[in-house]
Design a protein around this ligand. Sequence first.
Ligand SMILES: Cc1ncc(COP(=O)(O)O)c(C=O)c1O
Length: 339
Amino acid sequence: MNTNTDWATLPFAYTNTGANVRCSFSNNQWGEITVHSDDILPIHMAATCLHYGQECFEGLKAYRGKDGNIRLFRWKDNAARFNRSARRVGMQEIPEEVFEKALFTLIENNRDSVPPYGTGATLYIRPLLIGTTPRLGLNRSEDYLFVMFACPVGPYFKNGFKPGKVVVERDSDRAAPLGTGTVKIGGNYAAALNTTLRVQKEGYSSAMYLDPKQKTYIDECGPANFFGIKGNSYVTPQSSSILESITNLSLMTLAEHIGLTVERRQIPLEELAEFSEAAQCGTAAVLSPIYSITDPATSTVYTFGKPDEVSPVCSKLYTMLTGIQSGDLEDIFGWITLL
Ligand SMILES: Cc1ncc(COP(=O)(O)O)c(C=O)c1O
């Protein structure tokens, strides 16, 4: 990136930073990690990733601190989740040291693309694993390609940190009760895409999915976990069809640290009426406060706080987590790797 880059207005969009890293698995072993400037992958048209969904990905970020150092946040948790996803769709797992070497090589080759401290912008890192063996019959791949690329992205909230509107989705599910909702594979996102586009057109920030078996309990909000504040508790869903968010795990730790009780359990939709705050959380936005959740089936609108003001616990947790990520606050939980 050049010195004229307007970091604060960068969209969440792909850009070729000039260096991506790749590593192939074949003949039962991982090869060397190689650095590429080209962003096109040579791939066989019968590769299992294209037909049988042998694909998984991750999303994590590198942050520039005031001290100029680059900080990676809980990357080992992303590496572990990547392998859980790979395993779930029959793919080869990646040794943590291969993931680590790829990640560090990627950062080393993209240091200039890590946005400056104070701009709110970050370097988004996307690991990807695909099955590449050509197969006509359904079978797992013998060969895999592990790719990692990175793109600088602007702050999620470009016009300030504001609460959004969410709508309950009852006409489709993003995952089956014991399906693949707990892992990060492309199929889950394809299954939710039409709904996401529709609700955004209707003016909502995202769709809230209910548990796919009974449609009773809250699952998650599009590509983000849900949590709410009820009395002195941080309450977040326990479900066999949601992704375990690393941001949510971190917020739970911080919530406990500031004296809240953490409840990870089933949350009946109607219980929202008893929540004083609600939010979505994930790597992209850290946390995104929710002002209202509309349930069209019952014409109920649950509201939390004020439409143009971030509620107090959300605000506190956001400041703490972003402070640790940027190095403004001490990393007391050992979440940061300095590069
Ligand atoms: C379905 C889904 N839920 C939750 C999250 C949030 O997870 P994390 O905090 O690890 O980014 C994501 C994003 O990765 C997601 O895609």
